[in-house]
Unconditional design. Structure first.
Length: 367
């Protein structure tokens, strides 16, 4: 039983604020999700192009994939026997769920300093925006740049972070990641079907595993290289890349290489405040944390361009943990009210041959 002077005993006003703030935060959740997405070029584009999928949890994320064709397909005539040979060529890639959390805390002192309803709501708005910015930045960093390890990019925080682009699309496509397990729990070194397309753009000599190599020093050369990678990724069924993520300088160089009258732009991306231009049917945009794949660094010496097909590269989100908010509670031995914002998600791929990366893109290309 609470006694006089017992600070653990909540006042009627505190209980009211707990309920008011919890309800307000829960009602604000849809707006918060929109704000998190629209502040990230990568996240906005993934949602715009169908790359964000909500699913009902499960132990792991399972992606069915096909590595062989059906040998029974063929012509026949009349009463000829049709081939019913059982088919192999199907397997599954598995990805672990990753969890991201942020907190919104309001101390008792802050409650007393903002003791009317309007003031406390303004404080909640400011703290929620702060949480949005932190969640957006952390999710974007994890999914685009990741953590540098041995000149490669891996899921950070002992592989508790989400899978970054450079973990899927490595410079050495026949070498498995240095951390975070094999992509999809499948060995790229042992399975040639599980290798993405790569191209080096500062030399006419190919690195091991490259689809091609070009020594790009001009606008014309950059246009040729990016189109060629897009076409390599388009081979086979499943379409071609619809999203290309580059660093800022590579984007600006490609934009300068285009005639002003053929710079097609996605109006929805423009409405969200992001520059984008077309390469055939693919949207090119830049993100500030795209890493240097060639040198294996977060800071850029050379540029990189990731070619994505959102039929096969997707961000899966648990439908019950999609930036969900918890009620405000007062932890034991504290006088602050704390709510949590939770995400359970991960980036996955079901066909690496439909994806690619151009690396070693000079930052000084001129006409």
């Amino acid at each position: 039983m609470a006694t006089i002077g017992d600070t653990s005993a909540p006042s009627t006003n505190t209980i009211y604020y707990d309920a008011l703030l919890s309800t307000t935060l829960d009602n604000y959740r849809a707006t918060m999700i929109d704000n998190i997405y629209k502040d990230s070029a990568y996240l906005s584009a993934m949602r715009e192009f169908g790359g964000v999928i909500e699913t009902a949890g499960g132990e792991r994320i399972r992606e069915q994939l096909m590595y062989g064709t059906n040998s029974t397909v063929g012509s026949y005539e009349g009463y000829e026997q049709i081939d019913t040979t059982p088919q192999d060529g199907m397997t599954a890639a598995f990805y672990e769920w990753r969890e991201l959390a942020g907190t919104i805390a309001i101390s008792r002192r802050e409650q007393r300093q903002n003791s009317n309803e309007a003031a406390i709501m303004n404080l909640l708005e400011a703290k929620t925006r702060q949480a949005e910015m932190g969640l957006r930045e952390e999710a974007n960093n994890q999914l685009v740049r990741g953590t540098v390890s041995g000149a490669t990019f891996i899921p950070g925080n002992s592989s508790k972070d989400m899978n970054p682009l450079g973990w899927f699309l490595r410079k050495a496509n026949a070498t498995n990641p240095t951390a975070g397990g094999n992509v999809g729990n499948i060995s790229a070194s042992a399975n040639s079907f599980w290798r993405h397309n790569t191209a080096v753009l500062d030399s006419a000599s190919t690195d091991t595993g490259n689809a091609f190599a070009l020594n790009v020093t001009t606008y014309a050369g950059l246009k040729v290289a990016l189109r060629r990678m897009k076409n390599y990724c388009a081979r086979g069924s499943g379409g071609s890349p619809n999203l290309i993520i580059t660093d800022q300088v590579t984007y600006e160089t490609y934009e300068n290489a285009l005639d002003a009258n053929i710079r097609f732009q996605n109006t929805k991306m423009a409405d969200l405040g992001f520059d984008s231009i077309k390469l055939g049917g693919a949207e090119i945009l830049w993100d500030e944390v795209v890493p240097d794949v060639d040198n294996g660094t977060a800071s850029l010496t050379d540029g990189s361009a990731f070619f994505l097909n959102t039929n096969f590269y997707r961000l899966y989100i648990d439908s019950e943990t999609n930036f969900v908010t918890t009620p405000f509670v007062t932890p034991e031995n504290q006088t602050a009210m704390v709510a949590k914002v939770l995400l359970m998600a991960n980036a996955c791929c079901s066909n690496l041959r439909k994806l690619g990366v151009c690396y070693a893109i000079a930052q000084t290309i001129v006409a």
